[in-house]
Design a protein around this ligand. Structure first.
Ligand SMILES: CC(C)(COP(=O)(O)OP(=O)(O)OC[C@H]1O[C@@H](n2cnc3c(N)ncnc32)[C@H](O)[C@@H]1OP(=O)(O)O)[C@@H](O)C(=O)NCCC(=O)NCCS
Length: 222
């Protein structure tokens, strides 16, 4: 399905108030969809933040990790259009018990279906579910221009840093209940399933159609 599919009817096409009424269903991923989802994630992330990508391997590794919380897909008309993973992470500091947080990502929408509200719906669904499940806050790395619209703020708002003690615009958090992050400070440690072994990546990626990697403007410094 693409944006030109008749199921996509975009109402109020202003940039601020665009409402997509594509009839997507958000649900847990089925095991028989694992490979297809990994291919979708690979297509969405390829060359975007680095030459090639690592996110399809991360999705593969995270599924079997004890920290997995949500493994969601967006589907319409029997086609997979997007997916979102959420895991447990911990904020660790010298003066507090570890605080459990939700860590969001990877989030990916099939390239031919981007810009139709699917990513927003997946993210909103996951945030609502995390709130119901009692998480006090969620963190992610991403483009502030996209995530600020959902209420994410720079993680230094709560003195939460990366594992290396850093803060930068792309590291963001959100409270899932009022004051939920008020007392939280420290380093956010995500699941070990996010660690990527370069040899394993090469081996894993060889199972997908061959694709050339490119160094492009806008990629992260490697
Ligand atoms: C980022 C992504 C998940 C967004 O999903 P989507 O379904 O395309 O987004 P939505 O339709 O919900 O929202 C579209 C809006 O987000 C904006 N947007 C999309 N990706 C963006 C990005 N990386 N940075 C800033 N804005 C972005 C669009 O310009 C559009 O803005 P507008 O409403 O003002 O016109 C999707 O584009 C994607 O898979 N990208 C590649 C992988 C990726 O970067 N994932 C996120 C990692 S943090």
């Amino acid at each position: 399905m693409s944006k030109n599919n008749p199921d996509f009817q975009v109402l109020a096409p202003s940039r601020q108030n665009r409402i997509s009424i594509v009839k997507i269903n958000i649900r847990p991923e089925h095991p028989f969809e694992y490979r297809q989802c990994e291919a979708l994630v690979r297509d969405a992330f390829w060359d975007r933040y680095r030459p090639g990508c690592v996110e399809h391997l991360i999705v593969n590794q995270v599924r079997t990790s004890p920290e997995l919380v949500l493994d969601l897909v967006a589907e319409a008309g029997g086609e997979l259009l997007g997916c979102l993973i959420a895991t447990r992470a911990q904020v660790i500091s010298d003066h507090q018990e570890p605080q459990e947080m939700l860590y969001l990502g990877p989030l990916a929408v099939r390239p031919d279906s981007q810009g139709c509200g699917i990513g927003s719906q997946l993210l909103s669904f996951a945030l609502a579910r995390a709130e119901q499940d009692g998480f006090s806050g969620a963190f992610l790395y991403g483009d502030p221009a996209y995530y600020h619209r959902f209420g994410f703020q720079n993680a230094d708002t709560w003195a939460v840093t990366t594992p290396d003690g850093l803060n930068f615009d792309a590291f963001m958090g959100i409270e899932l209940r009022p004051g939920g992050l008020g007392e939280v400070s420290g380093r956010l440690i995500e699941s070990a399933a996010f660690d990527v072994d370069p040899a394993r990546l090469l081996e894993f990626d060889a199972g997908f159609p061959a694709r050339e990697q490119h160094i492009l403007p806008g990629q992260l410094p490697q």
